[in-house]
Design a protein around this ligand. Structure first.
Ligand code: SF4
Ligand code: FES
Length: 283
């Protein structure tokens, strides 16, 4: 099948520009196969990362038709079905581009290390292994499958607006650690409230006294750190119905804010518009 790749390329010290490669490949090929073919047969300076070619190592994540995906896990035939036409390849987002499709993963790894991504085993009381039940292990299955590819980091709007945010991959790793039945850093996962009313850390009654649970360094504990406020300004005070009940009634009845209905009747009868009012200044 014929495939057209539009690759966003960036050379050091130059602006990004698009390069087009037209290739002929077997239908079972992946985007990584296409990039390899382009590099080997058309332009040996094309830079991208890959290693396992089997969706294991996470090296080949990149933007494919606007969505961060693994190049070795995306088949050309599938793309042709869902989005026929040229395939757009871009580097991962939220990360500085070094060259072409190669990005600097340092912020991604810093986010991961900020949550101390290692098991801290409970003190050993016997010389037996620290065993897990099948149920305990099953609770870790999904988050243990993270291959650190960076696709979620690339798509994360929270990272875009706040580079201090460690990223979804770090939260997945933190969840994986605190959920592990063998972890001794926290007796059981803390209950994290959606927002702390006073900016104070949440009560972590299950945390051991020697290692109190704290807000992670990226969290915003103070209410003032919110970049916007949804608090509406107070509404203007309603006229007091007890002080001048006739005023409230007459204004509502007339839909007016400048005079009572009685005044309007008086004005219609006598052809005088509020010039002289027998009730003084009641309205
Ligand atoms: S959680 Fe993120 S880094 Fe991990 S495999 Fe999924 S997309 Fe990749
Ligand atoms: S090359 Fe390893 S995940 Fe794609």
């Amino acid at each position: 099948m014929e495939v057209v790749l539009n690759v966003l390329r960036k050379l050091p010290g130059m602006d990004s520009q698009s390069a087009t490669f037209t290739l002929d490949l077997p239908r079972a090929s992946t985007v990584l196969d296409a990039l390899n073919q382009a590099k080997w047969s058309q332009d040996g300076t094309l830079a991208f990362r890959s290693n396992c070619r089997n969706t294991i190592c996470g090296s080949c994540a990149m933007g494919i038709n606007g969505k961060a995906s693994l190049a070795c896990g995306t088949r050309l035939a599938d793309l042709a079905k869902t989005a026929p036409g040229p395939i757009t390849i871009t580097p991962l987002g939220n990360l500085p581009v070094i060259r072409d499709l190669v990005v600097d993963m340092k912020p991604f790894w810093q986010g991961l290390t900020s949550i101390a991504p290692a098991l801290k085993p409970k003190p050993q009381t016997t010389d037996q292994e620290s065993l897990q039940t099948p149920e305990n292990r099953a609770a870790l299955n999904q988050v243990s499958n993270c291959i650190q590819c960076g696709a979620c980091y690339s798509e994360c709007n929270a990272v875009t607006v706040n580079p201090e945010f460690p990223g979804p991959h770090a939260l997945a790793k933190a969840y994986r650690m605190v959920t592990d039945s063998r972890d001794g850093a926290i007796a059981s996962p803390p209950t994290m409230p959606r927002a702390a009313a006073s900016g104070a850390a949440p009560a972590a009654s299950n945390a051991p006294a020697s290692a109190p649970w704290r807000w992670p360094r990226w969290s915003r504990s103070a209410a003032s750190s919110r970049p916007y406020s949804r608090t509406k300004p107070p509404l203007p005070a309603e006229p007091s119905a007890t002080a001048k009940p006739w005023l409230t009634w007459s204004r509502k009845a007339a839909g007016s804010t400048s005079g009572s209905l009685v005044c309007r009747w008086w004005a219609m009868i006598w052809g005088v518009w509020l010039a002289w009012c027998p009730w003084g200044s009641i309205c």
